[in-house]
Ligand binder design. Structure first.
Ligand SMILES: Nc1nc2c(c(=O)[nH]1)N[C@H]1C(S)=C(S)[C@@H](COP(=O)(O)OP(=O)(O)OC[C@H]3O[C@@H](n4cnc5c(=O)[nH]c(N)nc54)[C@H](O)[C@@H]3O)O[C@H]1N2
Ligand SMILES: Nc1nc2c(c(=O)[nH]1)N[C@H]1C(S)=C(S)[C@@H](COP(=O)(O)OP(=O)(O)OC[C@H]3O[C@@H](n4cnc5c(=O)[nH]c(N)nc54)[C@H](O)[C@@H]3O)O[C@H]1N2
Ligand code: SF4
Ligand SMILES: [Mo]
Length: 777
């Protein structure tokens, strides 16, 4: 336990403690487990007067990383509240963390499997036995299969700057592991945004309230950006118009001026149709396109971006003054936006290429594909282009978790760029975003290159590939900060994979659905039980995560676990250092110090932050790239936004559609962040503790289904049981399934989801899923 002392012995030293005489807060803590959520929160009468210490941390899974304050009495966490001085206020999930930390079912000791995988039968063992066994298995696997026989999956359970990166470093020092490519979340956005704008996780959240037109596109910020929804509310109060494009009448639609129902997976067709109107009616910003985008760049007869003497970044344009083809940065050049109508035949401009793609999408054809009325397409296009400023709310949308999601994101960026909406308050595209857009943070541990040539597995195919020894057998797998049994698509394939791998380690803090499949289960800390740092992609603030209480039993931090294993494997000195050193390593060069964040969270730039101000993008040319050459060269896909119909859709697979005639789309819930929080009593009492499914009355009537019936959603991949909610708040032919339910709570909707990787970002396409629904029994 030396590592622990060294790592955490000093942590309390820099914990800023305030002592308040309080008793009201104790009520909530002591009432933990009391079934009535309302009454338990309402217990505020002083019981005993005790000394309370406060500590600050952040809500660290894949949400907004609100700052939270922990109240500790006698070494016990008695209350969690939204930090008073923070710019957004945490929600009920954040406050419910008290029930996560104090959960009676917390994993407290390392355990080894004694029953069948999935049965959840484990036996307590010592840390020494657990770590010795793991070290032995790692060595054995490496000897037998090489590092390509070792698999590591980390995800969004703890997005601190230290946790996942320390684990990655540990495996790299051991020679490397097979990792996943893409993310379950939003790699379609990444695939489009990085080549187009030069950077991912750049957001416009500081100026939402300044917007006159909020286009929530496949996005439900009333639930999924809850802490920032006050900004949307402000905009609405100031007269902004809000439009929601969603197959479902979402919680955001309920607050909006207009709901535009759409066929799932067809959003690119709608965006191209809107852009067609904008181009035809000359509603685009020509000056902006010429100065700040690749619109005037030339494309040659073979459809490639033309380059001066073939040199990288030496893009060519057609000079309107001299009539010559010259490099785009040639002094005094006046590039032509379009060559249409000219006698130049060797080249087209990127603008021309996009215009002819859009011309394929007259409003009537858009209506046929998307089911959005032609008149609505026309009006949306005009409204969006004319309203200034207008913001597209993309934020890792459901619309991009589809088979060709990168084109959805790309076409949304087109709309913003064509209308010159970036760089102004209230404009642009609202992505997720954090401090990494202001500066780059360093890794906590000095990087070491893994063995070259290790394969990756597309994250959607973790189940199928590993179950089938693809690309090679995996002998050892480590899962942390992730719950693939509920979150990866195609649950049955994931379970088969977990059964296939001879030795599976799961590090978590509760007996999750994934933990049931572990060979070795390691109990880890939650927020408030370890010192850590948040400097990531979801909050504009750098936040110190203070340790407030001791973890239960023998639970440890992931960093402690990696350190102890590193010691056993001969590279302990790289990891074995006080946690402050890890934090300082990450902050090195950012200008922000540990001392500063001990006082309060720090935002590195002034508010409001307006990304891409002055039309300066982070691409090598400084321009927004509307044409992505690599997509053509490396993937044989269109380099400009193009609508590809999802294969798993009514028109994409007519035969499959006969068997499974409903499109299933996913939705996030108030009661959880994915599978995190899902079992906490406060949330189950305040919302629901059973999976539900939304079904249109016509679809329900055909099947004899009524609201409240227990129904089964199914397809070839599996089935998901839920309570039917028969409602016209969903498009006919579409079913809305909930994200985040555990197997122990009735089962995850991922049993049915499409596990086809999105081709450009390798993300998942869970919203391109065909199912049938029937009554149980
Ligand atoms: N409360 C809560 N908040 C969260 C999360 C959570 O689990 N719970 N998760 C966080 C994370 S990691 C993410 S990625 C974000 C996601 O944030 P969102 O994208 O807003 O979340 P979703 O509920 O997945 O999808 C939003 C909407 O997309 C619709 N949709 C599905 N398919 C399509 C389609 O093809 N086209 C269109 N136009 N709409 C479609 C769904 O009906 C749904 O209402 O939320 C974050 N915030
Ligand atoms: N069916 C369906 N599937 C989906 C989605 C959907 O809408 N529908 N949405 C997708 C999206 S957008 C996302 S981002 C993913 C998210 O999927 P995941 O990243 O897997 O997120 P969670 O379900 O929150 O699981 C995180 C796990 O990490 C654990 N954990 C928390 N803190 C720590 C820690 O400090 N250390 C360790 N070792 N573990 C910790 C939690 O207890 C939890 O079990 O899900 C995707 N999957
Ligand atoms: S769940 Fe999200 S909105 Fe709620 S407190 Fe945590 S980070 Fe904030
Ligand atoms: Mo996500």
């Amino acid at each position: 336990m030396n590592g622990e002392t060294k790592l955490f012995g000093k942590s309390l030293k820099f914990s800023r403690r305030t002592f308040i005489k309080t008793a009201g807060s104790i009520g909530a803590g002591m009432s933990f487990g009391v079934p009535m959520f309302r009454s338990s929160l309402a217990v505020t009468a002083p019981l005993i007067e005790a000394e309370t210490e406060t500590y600050r941390s952040t809500c660290n899974m894949e949400c907004l990383h609100c700052n939270l304050t922990a109240h500790v009495t006698g070494g016990k966490l008695v209350k969690v509240e939204a930090s008073q001085d923070f710019h957004v206020k945490g929600c009920l999930r954040g406050l419910s963390r008290i029930q996560w930390v104090n959960h009676p079912d917390r994993l407290k000791y390392p355990m080894k499997r004694v029953g069948e995988k999935g049965e959840g039968k484990f036996q307590r063992i010592s840390w020494d036995e657990a770590l010795d066994t793991i070290a032995t298995k790692l060595r054995q696997t490496k000897a037998e299969l090489g590092n390509k026989g070792i698999f590591l999956m980390t995800a969004s359970g703890n997005m601190s700057a230290l946790t996942n990166s320390t684990a990655s470093a540990f495996f790299d020092y051991f020679g490397g592991a097979v990792r996943t490519s893409g993310s379950l979340c939003c790699s379609a956005v990444t695939a489009a945004m990085v080549p187009m704008l030069g950077i991912r996780y750049v957001d416009t959240r500081d100026t939402i309230a300044d917007s006159k037109y909020l286009l929530c596109w496949g996005n439900n910020p009333a639930v999924t950006m809850q802490a920032y929804f006050k900004e949307f509310a402000k905009a609405l109060k100031q007269g902004a118009r809000m439009v929601v494009i969603d197959p479902r009448f979402s919680e955001t639609a309920a607050k909006a001026d207009e709901w535009v129902p759409i066929n799932p997976g067809t959003d690119t067709a709608l965006a191209l149709g809107m852009l067609n109107v904008i181009i035809q009616e000359k509603l685009y910003d020509e000056k902006y396109l010429l100065e700040h985008t690749s619109a005037p760049f030339l494309v040659d007869a073979s459809g490639d971006l033309a380059l001066y003497e073939g040199k990288k970044e030496a893009f060519l344009v057609y000079d309107g003054i001299t009539g010559q083809v010259v490099p785009h940065d040639h002094p005094g050049v006046k590039p032509m936006l379009t060559l249409a109508g000219s006698n130049v035949t060797d080249y087209k401009t990127v603008f021309d290429l996009i215009a002819s793609e859009c011309a394929q999408w007259p409003t009537a054809k858009v209506e046929k594909e998307t089911d959005v009325p032609a008149q609505t397409v026309l009006r949306l296009a005009r409204e969006y282009a004319v309203a200034k400023p207008a913001m597209i709310v993309q934020n890792m949308s459901g619309a991009q978790r589809t088979e060709y999601g990168a084109y959805v994101a790309m076409s949304q960026f087109y709309l913003a760029l064509f209308t010159g909406s970036y760089g102004i308050k209230g404009g642009g595209v609202l992505d997720a975003g954090g401090v990494t857009q202001f500066f780059s943070v360093k890794p906590p541990v000095k990087p070491k290159a893994p063995t070259p040539g290790l394969p990756t597995i597309p994250i959607s195919k973790v189940g199928e590939w590993i179950a089938n020894d693809k690309p090679n057998p995996i002998g050892f797998a480590w899962f942390m900060t992730s719950s693939p049994v509920t979150q990866n698509p195609n649950t049955n394939a994931v379970k088969a994979a977990l059964k296939r791998v001879p030795f599976v380690v799961v590090a978590d803090n509760l007996m999750t659905s994934t933990a049931l499949y572990a060979d070795m289960l390691l109990p880890v800390c939650t927020v408030f039980e370890e010192t850590n740092l948040m400097a990531g992609i979801r909050s504009h603030y750098v936040q110190l995560m203070e340790k407030a209480v001791e973890p239960p039993g023998e639970a440890k931090s992931d960093i402690w676990i990696m350190t102890e294993l590193a010691k056993r494997l001969g590279f302990g000195e790289t990891f074995d250092k006080p946690i402050e050193k890890y934090i300082e390593a990450v902050l090195d060069g950012t200008g922000i110090t540990l001392d500063q964040i001990k006082k309060a969270p720090v935002k590195p730039v002034a508010t409001p932050y307006i990304p891409f101000a002055g039309g300066k993008f982070r691409t090598p040319s400084g321009k927004a790239m509307l044409f992505v050459q690599d997509w053509k060269t490396k993937k044989n896909l269109s380099p400009i936004a193009t609508y590809y119909r999802p294969v798993e859709s009514p028109l994409g697979s007519p035969e499959l559609f006969k068997k499974y005639p409903l499109m299933a789309v996913q939705r996030k819930q108030h009661r959880s962040i994915h599978s995190s929080f899902s079992t906490l009593p406060y949330l189950n009492e305040a919302t629901t503790n059973r999976p539900h499914l939304m079904l249109h009355p016509d679809d329900a009537a055909n099947r004899g289904i009524h609201s409240g019936d227990v129904v089964i959603a199914f397809n070839e991949r599996g089935q998901h049981k839920a309570v039917a909610d028969v409602t016209s708040k969903i498009k006919k032919g579409v079913v809305s399934l909930e994200n985040g339910w555990w197997e122990q709570q009735g089962g995850s909707s991922s049993h049915v989801t499409n596990d086809k990787p999105e081709p450009l970002g390798h993300g998942q396409s869970c919203n391109s899923t065909l199912i049938e629904v029937k009554k149980e029994g």
